[in-house]
Design a protein around this ligand. Sequence first.
Ligand code: 13P
Ligand code: SF4
Length: 328
Amino acid sequence: MSTLYEELSRVSTYEYSEEEVREFEALHEEIRALKKQRNAVIVAHNYYRPEILKVADFVGDSLELALMAQKVRDADVIEFCGVNFMAETAKIVNPSKTVLLPNLMAGCQLADSAPAEDLAAKIDELKKQYDDLAVVSYVNTTAAVKALSDIIVTSANAAKVVRSLDSRNILFVPDRNLARHVADQVPDKNIIPWEGFCYVHQQITPEEIAKIRATDPELEILVHPECRPDVAKLADAVLSTSGMVRYAKERPASRFLVVTECGLSDRLAMEVPDKTFLKGCKLCAFMKVTTLEDVRDSLLYMRYEIDVPEDVRVPAERALQRMFDATE
Ligand code: 13P
Ligand code: SF4
């Protein structure tokens, strides 16, 4: 029995047979050889399938992946195992690199809920009302939306970034649940939320979380800020995906309920085998659409290249750089 089979067996989202895991190992070999040939670096989001995380050079949340992409120097290619807005962000901050997204179906419903034309109209309307309006966009937005924004935030730094702004009136795009979370933490700002939400996190109800907790009162509950406010209220900590990883490693507690996309508890089960991670989670179809074969084919055929036109990239980069500066 291979070590990889043992590791993947600790993960509960997918049950792989030994034969499937042997195929993964063969694909890992091919991917490593192609990575060398293409002089590529593979980065992956925490929600990706575990067999893809195992071949990545770096795994992280949206903020860590953006910072990592900005720092890539020696590699020519960034193989981005994430969703479209994350790959766009990598291209925005490091335009001389070839950025590949292995499967073009890997979009984000939350990002799509804020079309740039609608945002431009909303900004015009609100600027008539508020002289000091600041447009704060979550990183889960298209490049065109970032280009219209004053500053970007991620789930790891949203409250800190908003607190750092001089403006009192903030249009917060597109996640209303994250907007509410920020408003609770920064009460002196007038947060005007865009009415978007993530279909994955929105499905999680306080009833199902309370039911799991009732079976195990010792559990520490970790909740992603894209969850509904009545779910966030039940949390011991509201954190970004990598924030949850750090928290679970550092805390003395040994049992956690992980309330976000299911990939995160899979990563935790593999990386922190001496602790227990219960799932209060749902699956994101966009994060799970990419397979290990897609990653191999992407490096083999150099597809699908992500491009951002310069007139969008430059203002989008400015908004992202402001976020990096506000959180360093
Ligand atoms: P993180 O930045 O916390 O990893 O979240 C990204 C995301 O898409 C959550 O749904
Ligand atoms: Fe987008 Fe939600 Fe999927 Fe994250 S979990 S990528 S916000 S659809």
